[in-house]
Design a protein around this ligand. Structure first.
Ligand code: GRF
Length: 367
């Protein structure tokens, strides 16, 4: 017997095609527009929420055509969906941007488009108008729907979230979250090894979330792969002087996907620009082999020797748009002896960097 304390079973959040068609006709009469989009919407994330808000803003009401459980299984594999169609519909219906949810069981959403006759069809930016399914495209043209491709929020995806959970990357909420470091480098990777060493010996509570290099044969990328870390080569293109916009974007997406807290440029021989600078503002540090502000730019060690300096060193600083110019976080000095080559001095500098860099990261984490 129901004692009145149990939560009532909610009425189904799923609307029939006829109900949505009625809504469409009412809107039409009032000179308003129905927006239609479709998808699996399995584990809802911020990317979905923002996408649906954008879709809703295209018209006056939004209907979602939701893939049935069976069709999600066919598309994504036997372990999906995580949530049933009833639950997915209920969650979606709870969003302010969503007016109705219909479920479709066929592989294509063609029939629902024909039944509902939406005014506007919205699709995520992983599609182009040309790459829409021809059958669905024909149905949209037939009902006279406007097609709008919306940009997706980078780095958010149900599949990626599930992969992170499966890889044990998502920690339980009672464990303190480890600082996630993204390391960019072009060279041997000894500074990367120093960070990894400090993590492994327990002196730095952090994890290396990704390693990115502009050279697929660099020591850093080989070492990262050997350590079983996510390591990415980003093709710099043919111009040795310029790291193109597409590569900057790719770097940014890797860092975002890896959910990085701090970015370390450890011998990255490229100038980092937007979108990375804006996205990780005040969270990018560089290791430079001189006592800044002296000897900014390349060949810093050789130039210090050529200038007859008796000492040089290393500087760890924040990265801004101006090269080797951001706020200094730490420095260490090393002597230059008579007859020293740049290689000898650089090795001396690196020994200091290997202590200083983990130290700066420790302080960063504490802050
Ligand atoms: C470091 O000396 C750093 O100061 C400079 O590049 C070098 C990188 O060395 N920017 P490694 O690849 O970490 O061994």
């Amino acid at each position: 017997m129901n004692d009145g304390m149990e939560s009532p079973t909610p009425a189904s959040a799923i609307s029939s095609a006829d109900e949505v068609r009625k809504l469409r006709d009412e809107l039409d009469k009032a000179g308003k527009k129905l927006v239609f989009t479709n998808g699996c919407f399995d584990l809802l994330h911020a990317g979905h929420v923002r996408y649906l808000a954008q879709a809703r803003a295209l018209g006056d009401a939004l209907v979602i055509a939701l893939n049935s459980d069976q069709s999600v299984r066919e598309l994504k594999g036997p372990s999906r969906p995580v949530n049933t169609e009833e639950d997915r519909a209920e969650i979606l219906k709870g969003l302010r941007s969503v007016d109705a949810v219909c479920v479709f069981t066929e592989p294509r959403v063609t029939r629902l488009i024909e039944q509902i006759k939406p005014h506007i069809y919205a699709k995520g930016g992983d599609y182009t108008i040309a790459s829409l399914n021809p059958e669905e495209r024909a149905a949209l043209d037939f009902v006279g729907a406007e097609i709008e491709i919306l940009s997706l929020v980078p780095g958010r995806s149900t599949t990626k979230t599930l992969q992170r959970i499966a890889a044990g990357e998502v920690e339980s909420t009672d464990a303190p979250r480890k600082m996630r470091i993204g390391v960019l480098g072009s060279g041997t990777g000894s500074n990367f090894e120093a960070i990894l060493g400090a993590i492994n010996d327990g002196s730095l509570q952090a994890e290396i979330a990704c390693v990115i290099s502009d050279r697929d044969d660099s020591g850093i990328i080989t070492a990262a792969r050997k350590a079983g870390l996510p390591a990415f080569f980003v093709n710099p293109g043919s111009n040795a002087k310029r790291f193109p916009d597409s590569a900057q974007k790719e770097v940014c997406e890797h860092l975002q996907r890896a959910n990085v807290d701090v970015v370390v440029l450890a011998g990255f021989m490229r100038i980092v620009r937007d979108p990375v600078l804006t996205e990780f503002k005040d969270r990018i540090i560089n290791v430079h082999p001189s006592l800044l502000p002296k000897f900014k730019g390349s060949d810093a060690v050789q130039r210090a020797i050529d200038e007859g300096e008796l000492e040089t060193g290393t500087t760890i600083h924040l990265v801004t748009a101006a090269v080797d110019d951001g706020r200094i976080l730490a420095q260490a000095r090393v002597p230059i002896e008579i007859g020293d080559t740049a290689e000898v001095v650089h090795e001396r500098i690196k020994k200091e960097e290997h202590k200083l860099l983990p130290q700066v990261l420790r302080e960063w984490r504490e802050k």
